[in-house]
Design a protein around this ligand. Structure first.
Ligand SMILES: *[C@@H]1O[C@H](CO)[C@@H](O)[C@H](O)[C@H]1NC(C)=O
Ligand SMILES: *[C@@H]1O[C@H](CO)[C@@H](O)[C@H](O)[C@H]1NC(C)=O
Ligand SMILES: *[C@@H]1O[C@H](CO)[C@@H](O)[C@H](O)[C@H]1NC(C)=O
Ligand SMILES: *[C@@H]1O[C@H](CO)[C@@H](O)[C@H](O)[C@H]1NC(C)=O
Ligand SMILES: *[C@@H]1O[C@H](CO)[C@@H](O)[C@H](O)[C@H]1NC(C)=O
Ligand SMILES: *[C@@H]1O[C@H](CO)[C@@H](O)[C@H](O)[C@H]1NC(C)=O
Ligand SMILES: *[C@@H]1O[C@H](CO)[C@@H](O)[C@H](O)[C@H]1NC(C)=O
Length: 434
C-alpha cells in the first residue's frame, strides 16, 4: 500500500532553469503573483552605500564567501536610520527569485529580484516607515523563499546621511536539518510557509536556519539527483542543487560553523527519501548515516540538544478509512535510545564531517542530549497535498506541535506575541447564518 513518494523536484535538478517566472496553480486556481516591481535606477537616488560584507549586516542561514545564498529561507537582517533601504543584487542571483521582506513587526511583503539590479524595498511611502515604537532602530529583514533559486548580495543602500545599525543576536538559536518537508516544498510561500520556518520564527527572539533541500537523503549517495546526502553536505556551505554544481563544482566551501550563532536546539527530519525504494538505501546505511550526522552535530555544537523527528510518509485509504505510512520508525527510536544509553554516554563519540575524523570525548559525566519527537496524530490525510507534501495547514500543525514540544521539553517560552509568522493564512468566513 506504499504510494510512490516523489520528494525530488524534477525541474530544478535538471539545471535548465534560467528564470523563476512561472504560472503557479494553488488549490487548483491560478495564484496571483503580481508582486510590486521594486526595481529602480540607482543613479536617480542619493544613497549611502555599504558593501555586502558590512559588519552591520547579519546574514541568516548559509551564505558563501561570495555572499550567495543557499538552502531554504536564507536571509539577512539589519537596523537602519532614515526611510530608505535598497539592495543591489549580484550577477549570481537567479532572475525573478521571489523574496519576502518586512519592516519592523509588520507583515511580509514579496517581490521578484533580478541579477545585477537595484531594488528599493523601503521608501518614505512604505507604511510604518516613520514609526519608532515599539521597534527601534527600524529593522529590515529579507528572506529568499525558494531553496533552488538564490540571490547574491552586492551592495546595501540607505539614504545619504543615514546608516545601517548592527542588531544584537537574538537570545537563542535553532537549526533544522532536512529535506523537502523542512524546506517547505509545495506550500504557498515555500521556505516561508514551511514548518521549520514556522517553528523558528514562531518562537520569537530566536535565530533560525533551515539546512534543508528537496530530495536529499541522510545517506551519502545520489537521491533524486542530489549527488550527496546530508551526512556529508550539512558540513558544506552550499546545497546539492544545480546552482551549487554550476558555481562551486566539486569544491564547495566547507561551512564555517563559527559564522553562525551556535544553535541551542538542532531538529533533524531525514529519511523520507532514504526510505523510498527508488533510492536503494539499505536500513543499515540509513542508521549508520543518521548516527554519524548526530555525532557530527554534537562535534560542532557540543551544547546543542538534538531533536529526532519521527517520519510521516503520507496516508492511504483502506476500506472505509485512512491510515498512515511510516518509515524507519523503530530505527529512529533505536538511534535515540543509543545516544541515551550507557554505552554512548560513557564513551561519547563525535565525528568531523569535513575531515572524517572520529574521536571519543574524554568525559566522565556526559549528559543525554538526543530527544524523540513523536509526530503520530498531528496530521490527518487531508493535511498532505496532492504532491505528497504538507499543505499550509499541515505545515502549521506540525510547527505548532513541535513548538509546544520545545516549550515543554526545554522550557522555551513563546516570545513571538503579535507579528505575522505565516503570510496569507487569514482563512475565515465573513458571513454568518448561511
Ligand atoms: C515572480 O515570482 C513568482 C513566483 O516565483 C512567479 O510566479 C512570477 O511569475 C514572477 N513574476 C515575474 C514578473 O517574474
Ligand atoms: C559574475 O561576475 C563575476 C565577476 O565579474 C564573473 O567572474 C562571473 O562569471 C559572473 N557570473 C555570471 C553568472 O554572470
Ligand atoms: C514619513 O515622513 C515624511 C516626512 O518626514 C513624509 O514625507 C512621508 O509621507 C511619511 N511617510 C509615511 C508613510 O507616513
Ligand atoms: C537501484 O537499484 C536498481 C536495481 O539494482 C537499479 O536499476 C537502479 O538504477 C538503482 N537506482 C539508483 C538510484 O541507484
Ligand atoms: C571515513 O572514515 C571511515 C572510518 O574511518 C572510512 O571507512 C570511510 O571510508 C571514510 N570516508 C571517507 C569519505 O574518507
Ligand atoms: C582525560 O581526562 C582525565 C581526567 O581529567 C585525564 O587524566 C586524562 O589525561 C585525559 N585523557 C586524555 C586522552 O585527554
Ligand atoms: C508515538 O505515538 C503513538 C500514538 O500515541 C504511539 O502509538 C507510539 O508508540 C509512539 N511512538 C513511540 C516510538 O513512542
Amino acid at each position: 500500500m506504499q504510494p510512490e513518494i516523489m520528494l525530488g523536484t524534477v525541474l530544478p535538478l535538471l539545471g535548465l532553469i534560467a528564470s523563476a517566472s512561472a504560472t503557479i496553480l494553488q488549490n487548483g486556481q491560478v495564484k496571483i503573483t503580481d508582486y510590486p516591481d521594486t526595481k529602480v535606477d540607482p543613479s536617480a537616488y542619493a544613497f549611502e552605500t555599504y558593501e555586502a560584507d558590512a559588519f552591520e549586516i547579519s546574514y541568516k542561514g548559509r551564505w558563501d564567501s561570495k555572499k550567495i545564498s543557499w538552502w531554504s529561507a536564507p536571509g539577512l537582517v539589519f537596523g537602519f536610520t532614515g526611510e530608505t533601504v535598497a539592495i543591489t543584487f549580484g550577477n549570481e542571483t537567479v532572475d525573478f527569485t521571489l523574496v519576502g521582506y518586512r519592516l519592523d513587526g509588520l507583515d511580509w511583503m514579496f517581490t521578484n529580484v533580478t541579477a545585477g539590479a537595484t531594488h528599493l524595498f523601503v521608501n518614505p511611502e512604505t507604511p510604518g516607515v516613520n514609526v519608532t515604537y515599539p521597534v527601534n532602530p527600524a529593522t529590515f529583514e529579507l528572506r529568499v523563499t525558494n531553496w533552488a533559486y538564490g540571490v547574491q548580495i552586492d551592495k546595501v543602500h540607505v539614504a545619504a546621511g543615514d546608516g545601517l545599525v548592527k542588531l544584537p543576536n537574538p537570545g537563542r538559536a535553532i537549526e533544522f536539518i532536512g529535506d523537502s518537508l523542512s524546506a517547505g516544498m509545495y506550500t504557498a510561500y515555500e521556505g516561508l510557509s514551511s514548518f521549520a520556518y514556522g517553528v523558528g520564527a514562531g518562537l520569537g527572539n530566536t535565530d533560525y536556519n533551515v539546512v534543508a533541500y528537496p530530495g536529499i537523503c541522510v545517506s551519502d549517495q545520489d537521491c533524486w539527483g542530489n549527488p550527496r546526502g546530508q551526512v556529508h553536505q550539512y558540513f558544506y556551505t552550499s546545497d546539492t542543487g544545480w546552482r551549487a554544481a554550476e558555481i562551486w563544482g566539486d569544491n564547495p566551501e566547507p561551512w564555517d560553523f563559527k559564522k553562525q550563532q551556535a544553535p541551542d536546539i538542532v531538529v533533524i527530519n531525514l529519511g523520507t527519501n532514504d526510505n523510498n525504494e527508488a533510492n536503494n538505501v539499505t536500513t543499515e546505511t540509513y542508521v549508520e548515516s543518521y548516527t554519524k550526522l548526530i555525532q557530527g552535530v554534537h562535534g560542532k555544537f557540543p551544547d546543542a540538544q538534538v531533536v529526532v523527528m519521527e517520519l510521516w510518509l503520507g496516508f492511504y485509504q483502506s476500506g472505509n478509512s485512512y491510515f498512515q505510512n511510516k518509515g524507519f520508525n523503530q530505527e529512529l527510536y533505536n538511534i535515540v535510545q543509543y545516544f541515551n544509553s550507557a554505552e554512548y554516554l560513557t564513551a561519547p563519540k563525535i565525528w568531523d564531517g569535513t575531515t572524517n575524523a572520529t574521536r571519543t570525548l574524554n568525559t566522565t559525566n556526559h549528559q543525554p542530549f538526543v530527544h524523540f519527537f513523536n509526530t503520530t496524530g498531528i496530521m490527518q490525510h487531508n493535511d498532505i497535498g496532492p504532491q505528497w507534501h504538507p499543505t499550509d495547514v499541515g505545515a502549521i500543525k506540525v510547527a505548532s506541535h513541535l513548538t509546544q514540544f520545545i516549550r515543554l521539553t526545554f522550557g522555551w517560552e513563546l516570545e513571538a506575541t503579535g507579528p505575522e509568522v505565516f503570510h496569507d493564512t487569514l482563512y475565515w468566513n465573513d458571513e454568518t447564518s448561511y
